[in-house]
Design a protein around this ligand. Structure first.
Ligand code: ASP
Ligand code: MG
Length: 403
């Protein structure tokens, strides 16, 4: 008998009708002879509402109490879904993160799963129960409730699938899978049948909001076969796995990330150790740097331009202003009016001309590129923010219109 883990996101369980819809999906899987472990998110906007309530009380809620509060959202959906399953005549039991054995590190609000004691879940499965587990939460070594960060229920599901050696981990959401671009923007975006872990990781970190980044990392590490699919339409979704079949798709998707800011340092002394000083200051402030560009030195000076997440921009500039006099930086400028557009695909590793095709599409659309960065399976360009959507459409057309 094989075990399947099924995770349902907030929109999939948002009200009674949706809860019964989900209960029927689970019941069908159980009726096919599988053991089923279910992971649920909080209903609809519950987590946002709880955060808002906390902020009505204080600007800086205590992080331990915040986790105690946020963990309740998933408890509501787990209990309600279990009632729905029972109403349909199935054996089911809900378990909180700690009842299900989730042990995490001590980092409130962004805890990592350390271990899962699976005895309780296995006992319940032996009793032929469908086990409904609250996503997004566990207990740290002080026996305090922790949460895994926004979107963390995906990670709970993958972690369970890994420890329980599930045949498959299905992530049900309100879209039928992973698309070649945001379908709200690109009307003829194509649903992918499959995508590799690495491609999915790139897309997830570029802001494609289908899967929690860490869940994909974990799925790759433990070789969990993931499937993203819709709880509203019973159609096959997108399978995420190690390698995909040889196929004609050069790239798997085009993504846009507005959460970037560009910082330029002008007139730095052109000598060894300067880049080290700049970026060690960023590291000491825990600021992630993405694309870096250094100009060719001239008359003993050079410029360095790089990007950071928009939320870190002000702090980065302030930190750099502090070291500017001692390092000899003449000018610091910051620009938040930019966006990053990227293409992702393992196919570009073995096919020359992918970058040229992307740049041609941008050139024809009259879009100027400010910075470029590449990895084995990704090419990103930085452009003016107001041209972002136009760029995504032009690039998508160049790669997918003849597929
Ligand atoms: N309820 C949490 C959130 O909204 C966790 C999740 O949905 O995955 O972020
Ligand atoms: Mg989610």
């Amino acid at each position: 008998m094989s075990l399947i883990v099924q995770k349902f996101g907030g929109t999939s369980v948002r009200d009674t009708e949706r809860l019964f819809n989900v209960a029927r999906i689970i019941a069908d899987t159980y009726d096919q002879g599988h053991d089923v472990v279910v992971v649920v998110s909080a209903q609809g906007d519950t987590t946002d509402d709880l955060i808002e309530k906390a902020h009505e009380i204080t600007d800086r809620p205590d992080e331990r109490e915040m986790d105690a509060l946020l963990a309740t959202g998933e408890q509501i959906s787990a209990a309600l879904l279990t009632m729905a399953l029972k109403k349909l005549g199935y054996r089911a039991i809900s378990l909180t993160g700690w009842q299900a054995g989730f042990l995490t590190d001590a980092n409130h609000g962004k805890a990592r799963v350390r271990r899962i004691n699976k005895e309780r879940i296995e006992n319940e499965l032996d009793k032929k129960n469908i086990v409904v587990v609250t996503g997004f939460q566990g207990l740290n070594r002080y026996d305090d409730i922790t949460t895994l960060g926004r979107g963390g229920s995906d990670t709970s599901a993958v972690a369970l699938a890994a420890v329980l050696k599930a045949k498959r981990c299905q992530i049900f959401t309100d879209v039928p899978g992973v698309y070649t671009a945001d379908p709200r923007l690109v009307k003829n975006a194509i649903k992918l049948d499959e995508i590799t872990y690495d491609e999915m990781l790139e897309l997830a970190s570029l802001g494609a909001q289908v899967l929690h980044n860490r869940s994909v990392e974990m799925a790759k590490k433990y070789n969990v076969k993931l499937e993203v699919l819709s709880s509203l339409e019973r159609v096959p979704g997108t399978v995420v796995k190690e390698v995909c079949k040889m196929e004609k798709m050069l790239i798997k998707g085009v993504a846009k990330d507005d959460n970037v800011a560009r910082i330029s340092l002008v007139g730095l002394p052109d000598r060894p150790g300067v880049a080290f000083k700049v970026f060690s200051v960023m590291a000491s402030h825990n600021i992630n740097v993405d694309i870096i560009l250094q100009s060719v030195g001239r008359e003993d000076t050079k410029d360095i331009t790089f990007t950071v997440a928009r939320k870190d921009c002000a702090e980065a500039v302030q930190a750099l202003e502090e070291i500017a006099p001692s390092l000899g930086i003449k000018k610091i400028t910051a620009d938040e009016n930019i966006t990053k557009v990227s293409i992702v695909g393992a196919g570009m590793e073995s096919n020359p001309g992918v970058a040229a095709r992307m740049f041609e599409a941008l050139g024809e659309a009259n879009i100027n590129i400010h910075m470029i960065s590449t990895s084995e399976i990704k090419i990103s360009v930085l452009i003016d923010k107001e041209l972002g959507e136009k760029a995504v459409l032009a690039i998508h057309r160049a790669f997918f219109d003849e597929v």
